[in-house]
Structures are given as structure tokens and as C-alpha cells.
Design a protein around this ligand. Structure first.
Ligand code: C2E
Ligand code: CA
Ligand code: CA
Length: 540
């Protein structure tokens, strides 16, 4: 980036400009710059600057060769724009070949979202960083990022189907373009999440005004198939400080949006640089989570489930681990709730399914004893609500060539019992695929036990809070007993979770429980240690 001030004839330059030209300092006389430009190109460059300065042209571009510190020539594209008040001419110098490749990628629509035609995350960050460079170089008004997350949009997809949902999103996206001024950008990050870049905002008040404008643009009903949809959104804003980075500002606006979702504020919140530690922490974790799949930071551990009858391994539960570059292993309890809220769980969940099936198939290929072993994968509520779930799972089995009977799915009671009608259908389709279904954390939800029989389920996993305390609390033992006899009546088997002591094991055996999982047998272990579990004889 460069800025030419005709009054002093000095050119202020960005750090990268200075680096590229091998120039010390952040300002250079115009003629000193032109000395670095190829003699055959100087005239055209002079003309560009003066025509833009005098207003003969709004903006323009020239191809120039500029000398690098090592004496070689580099082909660049120099573009120039007049500042709004005409006081100076600003511009940029880009590597021609880089520029060409960026442009052709643009044409391939890698950087834009086909549904709305809006830029995607990468392009947005590119523009944001450029705007921040400009702010750092010239000062002036801060850059404002507004993060817009539509409320409950997945419900629209659920009830009208994703084609109609896409139509609604495209209409809403188009409407949101209204407040954009020249130089501003609206991008679609993913799904129902949009983000604005306002280049030059006077302060909090103007940010609020813009948020209101967006809210108004969204609030008029959208008609699809005779249904009127009223969209509302949570909007989070962040204003740049001199040291802001693009990623940082985007994270701050996301954090502000979360505060709205969590009920602080009415539809709009401004990021407060003095957020408390917990919020800041959550925000940082969320930002890293977006890249965790691409950066290969996830892995699965496997916790053995032991058969009380044979004393051997009967299946594994796949448990997700995140190897965070700075924090080490992060527990799923910390990041799964975040991933559920921002929708990343769909991609993460698919990764887990793929990896678990791949690993199970690999064991079956290598270890004969693994023929009768299955792997259980946890499904979150968001995955379960996805209309394409059954298809996704069928595809995943196909990719790994794993037989469906080697895969189990765990979901909690509350997930299964919500929307009973639809869910019974989905469960039946999964069952028809040949996948087995387990209810996780059983006993902690509010399901009516009597409705259990209407779902096609294979096993119940008794939550560890009952197993934990049944030695000392009679009512807990009584609940375990009731669950066991209920399951027996319904023809389901039972896995006791969180078995930690030999006393718990013998009580469970006495009550007729068939399977157990817990630290008494083994913690969740990596795939190598899991392999030796498969090969081992009876251990219990
Ligand atoms: P969960 O499905 O109830 O998984 C069992 C959790 O209990 C695991 O914690 C496991 O390590 C822990 N555990 C096992 N035996 C014992 C024991 O004897 N004593 C005690 N105190 N704890 C025991 P983890 O791995 O931290 O997972 C926590 C939760 O995160 C899981 O609870 C599950 O809800 C969620 N989760 C883990 N992996 C995935 C995944 O791939 N997808 C989804 N959607 N959720 C996952
Ligand atoms: Ca589980
Ligand atoms: Ca559980």
C-alpha cells in the first residue's frame, strides 16, 4: 500500500511496500520511488498519478516494472484511487503474477459463495486485512466488523426443506446489501452466518445505527411457498484498534454475537475489549476450532466396553480428542458445546464417523479377532436434526466399506425424544441400514419410560451418575435395577457407564447387567493400545 501526498510530494508506504523495495522507513520522496521504476514505465505511472490526482479519472491501474533490492525487475500492477476529500492519492502495488492467479481463482468462484454471490471467508479476510492496513497507515476512522447470525434458521430448513431454505437465505443476503457503501463488504461465512466490513465508522453509535439498518432489512417477511418467514438475527460488532488483525476482529465480533445469543443485549452487542477471561477464552477456542479439521488436530481415542459374560472386549466407544497446538489435549466437554452452537459439529461429526469407520475396517482387515467387535460413535443433537443424516451415514459406510452392523450410534434421550414423530422415522431408517442404536446417558433426561418402546433401539447406556452412587444410595441402585428390567422387557441390552470399582462391578453383575465401560476396565486409549485390547483374551 502507498499514499502520495501531492502537497509534500512524499509517499507514505506500508511495511510490505518498504520490504519489497528494500527501502528503510515508511516514507519516500516520489522521485525516489520513480527511480526504482523501469525508465520505460515511469511516464505512464506519472500520468496515472496526476490524472487521478486532478480528478480526470476516479481510479486507474498501470503495469510497471519495479526494481527489487537484488537489482532484478519485478512486474507489478500499480493501482491508484483518489481519497474522498481529494487531498491525496492512495494505492497499492501488487505482484502481477500473484494478482493474475488471485483473479483467475476468483473467476473459479472459489472465493465467492455460489448461492448468494457474496464473498466467502477467505476473500473477506483479505479485504479486511487490506482495510486494517489502510487504517494503520492513514489513521482516520476505524473499521467495523458486524457479525450477523440468523436466529433458529435451521428450523426453516427442517420445516421447508433445504431448497426453500436456500431461497430464503439468498433473498435475505440480497436485502442485507442495502446498507453497503462503496468499499464495504458483505460476506457469507457459512450457513446462516454473514459478516459485514464497514470501512470507516465513526464509533459505537454509527455501529449501532448500521446494526439497526441490517435488522430492519431482515425484518420484512420473506415469502416462500405461501409461508411468511420473519427473520431475526443476533448481531455482534467490533471496532478496530491500531493493533487489530483481521482474524482478531472477526473473533471479537463473533464473541459479541454470542453475548446476544446468550441473552445479554437485545439483538445487538458491541465487543468490549475488557471481556472477562472466560468469554475471551471461549472466543479464542472457537476461533481455533474453525481450522482444527484442516490442520489435522482431531483424533479419536477408543474406550473398551467389556462383556460381563465373557470378560472380553465387546465394542469400543470412539471419543473425540483435540490436540490443540498450544493447549495440548482439549476435552470434548470444552469444545463440543461450542461446535454445536456454531454448527461446526456437522463437519466435525462427519470427520468422526469417517475416522471411526476407517479405523474399524482397518482392524477387521488386520486382526481376525475384531470380526465381532463394533465401534460406537456419538451423535449430537445438531447432527440428528440434519435432514441428510441417514444419507450421510450410508455414504460414510460406503467410503470405508465397513459393514453397517459394525457401527453403533449413541444419542442422548433428549435428542431421541424431541420431535418424536420425525425421530422415530429417522431411527427406523438408520435401523434399516443395519446400524445399531444406543441411548446415551440414560436416566438423566426426562423421557417417559413408557414411550421408549415406540423407538427402534438396541441398547441403553446407564449414566455414570447412577453407577457411581449406587453403592451408597439405595435409590440409585433401585433406578439401575428398574432400567435393567425395563430394558429386558423391551429386548434391549444395557451398558453401565463409568464403572470405577470392583464393588460396582459385582453389584452390576448381580443385577444382571451385561456390559460395562469405565476406568476400572480402561480409560479411552489411542488406536494402538486399542489394537492390543482386540488381540487380548479375556481380561475380566
Ligand atoms: P459420553 O458420551 O458420556 O462419553 C463418556 C465420557 O465418560 C468420556 O469422557 C469418558 O472418557 C468418560 N468416562 C469413561 N469412563 C469413565 C469412568 O469410569 N469414570 C469417569 N469419571 N468418566 C469416565 P470424554 O471423552 O471427556 O467425553 C465427554 C463427552 O463428550 C462424551 O460423553 C460425549 O458426550 C462428548 N463426545 C465425545 N466424543 C464425541 C464425538 O465424537 N461426538 C460428539 N457429538 N460428542 C462427543
Ligand atoms: Ca457416549
Ligand atoms: Ca455417556
Amino acid at each position: 500500500m502507498w499514499d502520495w501526498d501531492p502537497a509534500s510530494d512524499l509517499v507514505s508506504v506500508s511495511a510490505r511496500w518498504a520490504d519489497l523495495a528494500g527501502h528503510d522507513g515508511r516514507s519516500i520522496a516520489r522521485e525516489a520511488w520513480f527511480e526504482r521504476v523501469h525508465p520505460d514505465d515511469v511516464a505512464a505511472l506519472r500520468r496515472l498519478l496526476s490524472e487521478v490526482h486532478t480528478g480526470q479519472r476516479e481510479r486507474g491501474e498501470e503495469a510497471v516494472r519495479q526494481r527489487l533490492p537484488d537489482g532484478s525487475w519485478r512486474r507489478m500492477v500499480c493501482s491508484a484511487t483518489r481519497a474522498t476529500d481529494g487531498a491525496f492519492v492512495g494505492g497499492s502495488l501488487s505482484d502481477e503474477t500473484e494478482l493474475r492467479s488471485v483473479r483467475s481463482r476468483l473467476q473459479e468462484e472459489i472465493l465467492t459463495d455460489p448461492l448468494t454471490g457474496l464473498p466467502r471467508r477467505e476473500l473477506f479476510l483479505d479485504r479486511l486485512n487490506l482495510a486494517l492496513d489502510r487504517f494503520a497507515l492513514r489513521g482516520g476512522l476505524p473499521v467495523c466488523v458486524l457479525y450477523v447470525d440468523l436466529d433458529r434458521f435451521h428450523k426453516v430448513n427442517d420445516s421447508l426443506g433445504s431448497v426453500a431454505g436456500d431461497g430464503v437465505l439468498a433473498q435475505l443476503a440480497h436485502r442485507m446489501e442495502a446498507p453497503l457503501r462503496l468499499g464495504d463488504t458483505l460476506a457469507r461465512l457459512e450457513g446462516d452466518k454473514f459478516v459485514f466490513l464497514f470501512d470507516g465508522v465513526r464509533g459505537q453509535r454509527e455501529a449501532l445505527r448500521l446494526a439497526k439498518e441490517i435488522d430492519r432489512a431482515l425484518s420484512a417477511p420473506v415469502r416462500v411457498e405461501d409461508v411468511e418467514i420473519y427473520a431475526t438475527a443476533a448481531i455482534g460488532a467490533a471496532l478496530s484498534r491500531p493493533d487489530s488483525t483481521g482474524e482478531g476482529l472477526l473473533r471479537e465480533s463473533t464473541a459479541a454475537m454470542h453475548r446476544v445469543k446468550e441473552g445479554e443485549g437485545v439483538g445487538f452487542a458491541l465487543f468490549d475489549p475488557a471481556l472477562n477471561d472466560r468469554e475471551r477464552d471461549r472466543m479464542l477456542l472457537e476461533a481455533n476450532l474453525y481450522q482444527a479439521i484442516e490442520r489435522n488436530e482431531f483424533l479419536l481415542h477408543y474406550q473398551p466396553v467389556v462383556s460381563f459374560e465373557t470378560g472380553r472386549l465387546s465394542s469400543f466407544e470412539a471419543l473425540l480428542r483435540w490436540r490443540h497446538p498450544e493447549r495440548g489435549m482439549v476435552s470434548p466437554d470444552q469444545f463440543i458445546p461450542i461446535a454445536e452452537e456454531n454448527g461446526l459439529i456437522l463437519r466435525i461429526g462427519e470427520w468422526v464417523l469417517d475416522e471411526a469407520c476407517r479405523q474399524m475396517k482397518d482392524w477387521q482387515n488386520r486382526i481376525p479377532a475384531s470380526a465381532d467387535i463394533s465401534v460406537a460413535v456419538n451423535l449430537s443433537a445438531r447432527q440428528f436434526e440434519e435432514p441428510a443424516l441417514v444419507e450421510r451415514i450410508a455414504e460414510c459406510l460406503e467410503r470405508s466399506a465397513l459393514q453397517s452392523r459394525s457401527l453403533k450410534l449413541e444419542m442422548t434421550e433428549s435428542v431421541v425424544m424431541a420431535r418424536t414423530q420425525e425421530n422415530a422415522g429417522v431411527l427406523q431408517e438408520l435401523r434399516d441400514l443395519g446400524v445399531r442404536l444406543l441411548i446415551d446417558d440414560f436416566g438423566t433426561g426426562y423421557s417417559s419410560l413408557s414411550s421408549l418402546h415406540s423407538f427402534p433401539l438396541d441398547s441403553l447406556k446407564i449414566d455414570r451418575s447412577f453407577v457411581n452412587r449406587m453403592e451408597f444410595e439405595d435409590d440409585k441402585a433401585e433406578i439401575v435395577n428398574t432400567i435393567l428390567s425395563l430394558a429386558g422387557t423391551l429386548g434391549m441390552d444395557v451398558v453401565a457407564e463409568g464403572v470405577e470399582t470392583a464393588a460396582q462391578l459385582s453389584m452390576l453383575r448381580e443385577l444382571g447387567c451385561q456390559h460395562g465401560q469405565g476406568w476400572l476396565f480402561s480409560k479411552a486409549v489411542d488406536h494402538e493400545a486399542a489394537s492390543s485390547w482386540i488381540e487380548a483374551g479375556p481380561r475380566w
